[in-house]
Structure formats: structure tokens, C-alpha cells
Design a protein around this ligand. Structure first.
Ligand code: ADP
Length: 479
């Protein structure tokens, strides 16, 4: 890997401020060409215990620093992420596959959470509440929860980490992170910069492992861990939630989605098409807020599809390191097989292939449009996580709200239209944690990110994000 600062490519885990070898290691591959990017330490339950212990020892001194001091350290970490953004993006693209421009965007986006929570650290305010008697006073303080076990996925190998670690550290918590085994280098690079920024030993630890369930089990069963924060599949989220129940640990879960994208007949078709392409094909369709079901009102259905086709045709597939690539490879064979299966199921049930539909070389899949999609198809129910745009036709507002909500997921939803009364009705009627109205750019450090239903609970970003890492303590005084 050709980096300006070769130090950012670390192969060892990071525990208690030290780079730790392991007896075993696992290989990380570039999903574009299947070449090896190197080996990473494969840790188990014992090393995870040590990391948790280190995080516990670091907790009291870290939380006892003034908020300003923690803030300054976080700002330094943020500045280093900006300084090294090109190297961080290179690592990200090589291990994950997304186009380099998207990777660079992810690094800047990820750093924005560090900046935001560096500021929020100083605004962990309490409350004074009128008492329940003339001689009573009630005061509220918020306190750092303690050691956090964080588990992150491969689709945003960098930003999903900063979205958890920055608010945790800002609140005064310490963290043991287990990144995805598919993309550990981005996590280790962030750890290298954390070390340089002066984050004290034990405050941020990275446990790399190919045995995710063993690490997850240790996080959930170890009494020293007070909070689990997870981003990933609903399947694994449910496992962690049930494991965490034993110790009644606090949990935040950001799980799968099945985003509806609704276009009403008074929408700007051009804007809707542009939003649809962005939100559908970002990261080759592999994000939890990717458009999954495109509902277009009858009167503009044909016009929408005919405007969508050339935009999708223009998306170049290829290596994320080539400047004009817009859609990189899928993450692995399982993702490719699942994309093909969803496509075949939809075609067998009457969907029409309007554009694309082919598996190209390696893990590249052609950006695809299906029309005449129906609610009985697997593609309606499952998270696609691939570059297939399935377009459904609807007639009325009530019908489309019912269809949009006909899923166990509830993360992001989008709709395009101009009628203001309808905008309110639809926005209120959608059972989702986030709704984009005439936009699909819904995610920033300023806005709470998270879901309802089986998409999980808890929020990342915004003033709400830090509260996931704080306990409320009420003090009742007699005076
Ligand atoms: P995806 O389908 O997006 O890969 P996963 O939920 O499988 O999502 O993975 C997200 C994260 O959860 C990764 O870091 C992965 O290693 C981890 N993981 C997978 N299985 C388990 C498990 N049983 N317990 C804890 N973590 C797990």
C-alpha cells in the first residue's frame, strides 16, 4: 500500500496505548482485485478482557479531566484526521472498495463527528427541578457511563467508528472497539492518530479479530463493560441485545434499513432522479440508508424511469482508485450471490429489467434498474445492499404510506413532492427514524441518526448523540 505516512498502516491491535501482537493473524483482501493487503492480529477473549481492564483503569482519570481538556485532545484527533485524510481514504478504498472520492468524503464526515462532540463535551448540562415540597430541591447531573464496547461494520470503516468513539470519549467514557474483520486497517489508522493526538493509554483500544462472536460475547458478559454500541445487521443486533440483557447493559443499535423513496406527481422529477441515483448507488448500494424501494406515482412513472435510465447508465463501475469510478465492487462473494438472488427472484415474479442486470468481473455488478416491482418480491422485504434500483408504481398517498411502512425496518425514508400539507402528513405518517424531504443528504454530525422498529434504537450525532454515553443522576435535597 502506497501511503505518504506508512505509519498509518498498522497490523497489530492497540491495547492500553501499546501495539499488541497475537499468535494468530488473519488476512485482509482488496475486494476489487482480491489481492492481499496484509495480515492483522487475530485476538480472542483473553486479549479482549485485558483491553476492557485497561479501559476500566483509564476511565476515572479520563472522566475526571475537565471537559475542555478532553475537548482539546479530541480536536487534535480531528485535526490529524484532516491532515492525513488522503492516506486514510486510500486505506479505506483499498480494503472496502468504495470510490476514492466517497472514501475521502467519509473521512471528512467521520472527522466532523469528532469536532462536533469535542464541542458537546463542554455542554453536558444538568437540570434544576422544582421540588416536591418547600424544603425539597432536585438537581440532575449527567455522568459518563463507563467502559463502552463498540462493534462496527465494514461499509463505513472509518465514520462508524468516530460516530461512536467521539461522543463516548467526549462524555468521559473509555472504549474498546472491535472493527469489522473485513476492514480493520481503517480502525488501526484511527488508533495511530489517537495515539499521536495524546488520547491517554487505555482510553481508546482496538481489538482486531476474525472471531466476532467471541469478542461480542466478552463485551456483553464482562461486568466491567457498561454499554454496548453496535452498528451492523439486525440479525447480529438481536444477538447482542439478548446477550446484553444478562447484565442489563445499556445498548445502542443501528441496524438494517429498507428505505422507501417516494416520488409524488408534483415533485421535480430531475431532483428526484438525482436524489435517487445518489442514495441508491452510493457505496454500490451498501449502506443502511440506501434507497431500497422506489415508489413513483402513476402519472409520472414512465417519465421518471426514462430520466433515470441515462443517469444509471452513466455510472462507471471499476476500481475505487480510478477517478471516474462511481460504483466499486461489492464487499464479498456472499454479497454478490445475494444481489443475484434478489434480482432473479424479482424477474421470476414479473419485474422488468430496464437497465443493467449483469455480473461483471470479480465483485463488480452493473448498476441495474427494475420496473414493475411488486410487494411480493424478496427485493421489497430485504435490504438489497447491492446496486439494484427497484421501481414500484402507486396511485394514492394512503397506499404509498401503507406500502412504505410495510416492513420491520424503520431507519431512513425519503420523499419528493411540493404540496406542503401532504409533506407534513407523509413525514408524520412514515414510521422511520429519519425522513429526507426533497433531499437524500440526511446524514451529518448535526442531525440525530438512528432508527425505529427493527432498525434499532439510540441516536448518533447531534445534541442527542452524547446522551447515549451518559447516565442521569438525580439528587434530591432537603434544605
Ligand atoms: P454486515 O452484514 O453488515 O457485515 P454484521 O452484523 O455481520 O453486518 O457485522 C457487523 C459487525 O458485527 C462486524 O464488526 C462483525 O464482525 C460483527 N459481528 C458479526 N457477528 C457477530 C456476533 N455474533 N457478535 C458480535 N459481533 C458480531
Amino acid at each position: 500500500m502506497n501511503l505518504t505516512n506508512q505509519q498509518l498502516l498498522q497490523h497489530q491491535a492497540f491495547i492500553n496505548g501499546e501495539w499488541v501482537k497475537a499468535e494468530k493473524s488473519f488476512e485482509v483482501k482488496n475486494p476489487y482485485d482480491n489481492t492481499s493487503l496484509g495480515e492483522v492480529a487475530d485476538l480472542g477473549a483473553e486479549e479482549t478482557k485485558l483491553a476492557i481492564e485497561a479501559a476500566e483503569n483509564a476511565f476515572i482519570p479520563w472522566k475526571n479531566l475537565t471537559a475542555s481538556k478532553r475537548s482539546r485532545i479530541l480536536k487534535k484527533w480531528c485535526a490529524l484526521q484532516h491532515k492525513h485524510k488522503k492516506d486514510l481514504a486510500t486505506i479505506l478504498t483499498l480494503e472496502q472498495g468504495k470510490p476514492y472520492a466517497e472514501a475521502l468524503g467519509e473521512i471528512v464526515y467521520g472527522a466532523s463527528f469528532v469536532e462536533w462532540f469535542a464541542e458537546e463535551a463542554k455542554r453536558v448540562y444538568g437540570d434544576v427541578i422544582p421540588g416536591h415540597g418547600n424544603d425539597k430541591r432536585i438537581t440532575i447531573i449527567k455522568q459518563a457511563i463507563g467502559v463502552v464496547g463498540a462493534i462496527t461494520p465494514w461499509n463505513f470503516p472509518s465514520a462508524m467508528i468516530t460516530r461512536k468513539v467521539a461522543p463516548a470519549l467526549a462524555a468521559g467514557c473509555t472504549v474498546v472497539l472491535k472493527p469489522s474483520e473485513l476492514t480493520p486497517f481503517s480502525a488501526l489508522a484511527l488508533a495511530k492518530l489517537a495515539e499521536e493526538a495524546g488520547i491517554p493509554p487505555g482510553v481508546f483500544n482496538v481489538v482486531t479479530s476474525a472471531k466476532a462472536s467471541i469478542i461480542g460475547q466478552e463485551f456483553c458478559s464482562n461486568p466491567k463493560v457498561k454499554k454496548i454500541s453496535f452498528t451492523g445487521s439486525t440479525r447480529v443486533g438481536k444477538i447482542l441485545l439478548s446477550q446484553a440483557a444478562e447484565g442489563v447493559k445499556k445498548v445502542s443499535l443501528e441496524l438494517g434499513g429498507n428505505a422507501p423513496f417516494i416520488v409524488f406527481d408534483d415533485a421535480s422529477i430531475e431532483e428526484a432522479v438525482a436524489g435517487c441515483v445518489d442514495s441508491k448507488f452510493r457505496n454500490a448500494g451498501q449502506t443502511c440508508i440506501c434507497t431500497n424501494r422506489i415508489f413513483v406515482q402513476e402519472g409520472i412513472y414512465d417519465a421518471f424511469i426514462s430520466k433515470l435510465i441515462p443517469k444509471v447508465k452513466a455510472l462507471k463501475t471499476g476500481s475505487g482508485m480510478e477517478v471516474d469510478t462511481k460504483v466499486g465492487p461489492l464487499i464479498n462473494m456472499a454479497a454478490l450471490e445475494s444481489t443475484k438472488a434478489l434480482l432473479n427472484d424479482a424477474l421470476s415474479k414479473g419485474a422488468k429489467m430496464v437497465e443493467g442486470g449483469n455480473h461483471l468481473e470479480g465483485l463488480l455488478f452493473e448498476p441495474t434498474i427494475l420496473s414493475e416491482a411488486q410487494a411480493n418480491m424478496d427485493i421489497f422485504k430485504k435490504e438489497i445492499f447491492g446496486p439494484i434500483a427497484a421501481v414500484y408504481k402507486f396511485q394514492t398517498e394512503d397506499e404509498v404510506i401503507r406500502l412504505a411502512n410495510d416492513t420491520n425496518y424503520g431507519l431512513a425514508a425519503y420523499f419528493y413532492g411540493r404540496d406542503y400539507a401532504r409533506i407534513w402528513r407523509v413525514a408524520e405518517g412514515l414510521e422511520y427514524g429519519m425522513v429526507g424531504i426533497n433531499t437524500t443528504l440526511i446524514s451529518s454530525s448535526l442531525s440525530p441518526f438512528g432508527g425505529v422498529k427493527e432498525s434499532g434504537f439510540g441516536r448518533e450525532g447531534s445534541k442527542y448523540g452524547i446522551s447515549e454515553y451518559l447516565n442521569i443522576k438525580s439528587m434530591v435535597w432537603k434544605i
